[in-house]
Design a protein around this ligand. Structure first.
Ligand SMILES: [Zn+2]
Length: 418
């Protein structure tokens, strides 16, 4: 069955639509609910407790330290749940149609480690957040060194799955599943940052985790430099022509055939977001941009390993010129696409089918039937055989920039989303 990325989903995504006053362009300003984008809307990180609160990083860490030193198995309040990662992949289980994270109790986790003769120190656990209503504090841990755990967990139908595969396998209409994906993304970003930030950039001393892994500090008493988890901002823009009839989409050589997407680029030091949008569009496509309008943003913890979490900041960028001059070092091609062609691309791409296929592959992996660990390449292809082109799936902010433009209509001189 072909899946059409229907207008009802778009309406749900955008909770408020405003016409921008004094704008030279018919612009939609959209505010989005927190759960809109993949990796946003994490259900367990929103609270910052006072340090005396038992759910706070400081108090929970002290409790953890006591539990590990006394080897106590008594029930505690709040309860602790632990999510193991191996090489950036979270432990995952599956109850079709949805995958779920492989949370373990502290007791179970210790039992696994004892079997594998791996020691556990409080400094190897990273605080993720808490849920007061469930009386639980959540932790993540990197167990990449303990390869024996793979078969131990495999016996219980859990396996470590690539985050990109989980991203494609997540049903974006299911807020619980989207919440699980956001937790996995946050945890992976923190653990990858811990792995990359082992030594002090000032004196070369060893960096040690502080505040239950929420920051790090140089162990050299003369230095004590503090560092915090890294976020790399990226602008991503849908460039729209003066008439609001066509958009500029581009192809990179790494894209699968027929896929087109928005321009994007890193922000340079000393540059505003708007300046970055204009500079990148000029450098990559030779187009002059005038007005720049914010759309929404998306955490992106599945980029290169050197950047544990990018923040994609999305804009509509209104072109002042039309002639394209592609920088072939950056892009394979860039072209103006009509609204009709973009709508066709959105209608015929088989996003739902790709998601369901990925979800069933994850289940096969958890059952031990499928051994492959990196399915992301296959499932970046939202095949769309009937369409001459397609755009990235609903897990990417590019999709929402493109679909919200494609589905906007002018009615009696005012704009609204269909
Ligand atoms: Zn230092």
């Amino acid at each position: 069955m072909l899946f059409s990325y229907s207008s009802s989903i778009i309406t749900n995504f955008f909770s408020k639509t405003l016409i921008r006053p004094h704008s030279s362009h018919p612009v939609l300003l959209c505010t989005m609910s927190l759960n809109s984008h993949a990796f946003a809307g994490n259900p367990i990180t929103s609270r910052t407790a006072k340090s005396s609160d038992p759910f706070s990083p400081q108090s929970a860490f002290q409790t953890l330290k006591t539990l590990l030193s006394t080897q106590s198995h008594d029930p505690i309040s709040p309860d602790f749940k632990i999510l193991p990662f191996r090489k950036g992949r979270p432990l995952t289980g599956s109850n079709q149609p949805n995958w779920h994270l492989g949370w373990l109790s502290l007791g179970d986790f210790r039992a696994f480690l004892e079997k594998s003769e791996v020691g556990l120190s409080e400094n190897s656990l990273v605080y993720l957040g808490c849920k007061y209503e469930d009386d639980v504090v959540y932790w993540a841990i990197d167990v990449s060194e303990a390869s024996e755990l793979v078969s131990e967990f495999g016996d219980r139908q859990f396996c470590f799955v690539e985050l990109r595969t989980l991203m494609v396998a997540t049903d974006w209409a299911d807020s619980k599943a989207m919440g699980e994906l956001a937790i996995a993304g946050h945890a992976r970003a923190l653990l990858e940052w811990h792995n990359a930030a082992r030594f002090c950039g000032f004196c070369g001393g060893k960096m040690v985790p502080m505040e239950a892994g929420r920051r790090k500090q140089c162990s050299n008493e003369l230095c004590k430099k503090r560092i915090y988890p890294r976020v790399d901002p990226v602008v991503i823009m849908l460039v729209i022509d003066k008439e609001n009839d066509r958009v500029l989409l581009s192809r990179q050589s790494r894209f699968v055939p027929r896929m087109w997407s928005c321009l994007a680029g890193f922000i340079e030091p000393g540059e505003s977001l708007e300046e970055a949008v204009r500079r990148e569009t000029w450098e990559e496509a030779g187009i002059e941009v005038g007005e720049v309008v914010y759309h929404s943003s998306q955490p992106w913890p599945v980029g290169p390993a050197s950047m544990p979490c990018q923040l994609m900041v999305g804009f509509f960028a209104y072109a002042k010129s039309l002639e394209i001059n592609v920088d072939k070092k950056e892009l394979e091609d860039a072209k103006w696409h009509s609204r009709e062609d973009v709508k066709k691309a959105l209608t015929f791409a088989e996003y739902k089918k790709a998601q369901e296929t990925a979800a069933s592959k994850v289940e096969q992996m958890c059952k031990g039937v499928e051994k492959g660990q990196s399915l992301s390449a296959d499932f970046n292809v939202e095949s769309g055989e009937l369409a001459p082109m397609f755009v990235p799936g609903p897990f990417a902010i590019a999709h929402h920039l493109i679909s919200s433009w494609a589905n906007q209509v002018v009615m009696n001189g005012t704009l609204s989303n269909l």
